[in-house]
Design a protein around this ligand. Structure first.
Ligand SMILES: [Zn+2]
Ligand SMILES: [Zn+2]
Length: 414
């Protein structure tokens, strides 16, 4: 039994008959489309990752479409150079958090939307619970590391991922659904090479490689985000989509084509959790020891825990033997941190982990202090089964008003 979708299959019969005639309500023109069901959009939960050129168009479309719940994640602030490609930002917003401004702008377009901002790094700070909360995840980011992380998260919690990519006046939209080929299945050797280049030889992130400045235009972001949102509408209606395919648009020639992906059986992303149990606990209240006990109650004495991200535990200097405890998501630590502050040019040994087996020294520390973000899902495994323990006590701090109707699902720890 894997995590289920909230989206019901569409019954395409008789929808038009139930649509009222053209009135002057906000969504009356949509109702003229025979299969359209505005209630599906109103009850939809969409996670938008990235509030840049693509994200702006995505969020604008979702608000116009009457999507009811939107969580917007971005870690950056509005800059002057965003104003030529971002319909939701004004010069007065310069310096403000993109996600916060975009959520406010969405509410101005559609006052009934519950839009909430997550101002943080989506790879390291956004808990897996946010992905499970969503019905659909829409991506508007320009780097492979983020796409791969989003892809793995979506597969773990059985959620579709609609990705967009733009460069100059070209772009593509890709729909990935669990069971089908995923983003990682599409990655070439060149993609992996470029992904590795983002990391130094010690696997610590190199800031100069982050945030590449991709040339983009508002015209192509509007086209690609339009296709992404239209696929989302179809998914929400239980209709056939471009799942497992890419829609590729060449702006120069004006040509567009679709291409189909092959599912790779040995792909690491295909790891949908068998079950997810929400706990009324937070990353600050729960310890690895408590979670491990719970895991062993459910999955037997050999169960171990697994974190969604690799954590840098400590840096050890081979020369002066100094040990610095870090406990931060690996990619979050800057490359210069690798050098010993005392021995200057000496590169320290990087000690990382992502599994917890029960003999670690940090079992009684809160999860938050070992690099687990709020509202994350910690995975328990034995050889046959996987259970995700969701830190649902953090839901409100991450989802804000969007947490309103998630509380009922929470089970308390006995
Ligand atoms: Zn795959
Ligand atoms: Zn040293």
């Amino acid at each position: 039994m894997s995590e289920t979708l909230r989206i019901a299959p569409q019954d395409l019969t008789g929808r038009a008959a139930r649509s009222p005639g053209a009135g002057d309500g906000r969504f009356d023109r949509f109702k003229l489309i025979g299969w359209w069901d505005q209630r599906r959009l109103a009850s939809a939960r969409v996670l938008v990752i990235g509030a840049g050129a693509l994200g702006n168009e995505i969020i604008k479309n979702l608000a116009l479409l009457g999507v009811g719940q939107v969580l917007i994640a971005d870690m950056d602030r509005v800059e002057n150079s965003n104003l030529s490609r971002s319909v939701l930002y004004r010069a007065a917003d310069n310096g403000s958090m993109k996600a916060t401004v975009a959520a406010q702008a969405a509410r101005e377009i559609y006052p009934d939307v519950k839009a909430h901002a997550f101002n943080g790094n989506i790879v390291h700070d956004l808990g897996l619970g946010a992905f499970r909360w969503a019905d659909i995840v829409l991506g508007g980011l320009d780097n492979r590391e983020a796409r791969l992380a989003i892809n793995r998260n979506c597969y773990k919690v059985n959620r579709p991922f609609i990705d967009g990519a733009i460069e100059s006046i070209d772009g593509s939209a890709r729909v990935f659904v669990p069971d089908g080929p995923c983003y990682e299945c599409t990655m070439s050797q060149q993609d992996w090479k470029l992904l590795q280049m983002r990391r130094s030889c010690n696997l610590i992130s190199r800031p100069e490689m982050e945030g590449g400045k991709t040339p983009t235009t508002p015209t192509v972001s509007s086209i690609i985000a339009g296709v992404q949102c239209q696929e989302a509408v179809k998914l929400l209606h239980g209709m056939q989509t471009m799942a497992g395919k890419a829609w590729v648009f060449s702006g120069v020639s004006g040509d567009a084509y679709t291409t189909e992906f092959q599912r790779k059986d040995d792909c690491y992303s295909h790891d949908t959790l068998d079950q997810i149990i929400p706990l009324d606990e937070t990353a600050l209240t729960m310890t690895p020891r408590q979670l491990l006990e719970l895991a062993r109650q459910k999955l037997g004495p050999k169960a171990k825990l697994e974190l969604a991200r690799e954590v840098l535990e400590k840096l050890v200097c081979p020369k002066c033997k100094d040990v610095e405890q870090v406990f931060a998501s690996l990619g979050k630590v800057k490359a210069e941190k690798a050098f010993c502050p005392k021995c200057k040019d000496v590169r320290r040994e990087v000690v990382t982990f992502f599994q917890i087996r029960g003999d670690e020294s940090f079992l009684d520390r809160p999860l938050a202090s070992i690099g687990v973000p709020p509202f994350d899902i910690v995975i328990a495994r034995n050889d046959q089964q996987s259970i995700g323990f969701e830190l649902a006590g953090d839901a409100e701090s991450v989802l804000g008003p969007l947490a309103a109707n998630t509380a009922a699902e929470v089970v308390e720890l006995s």
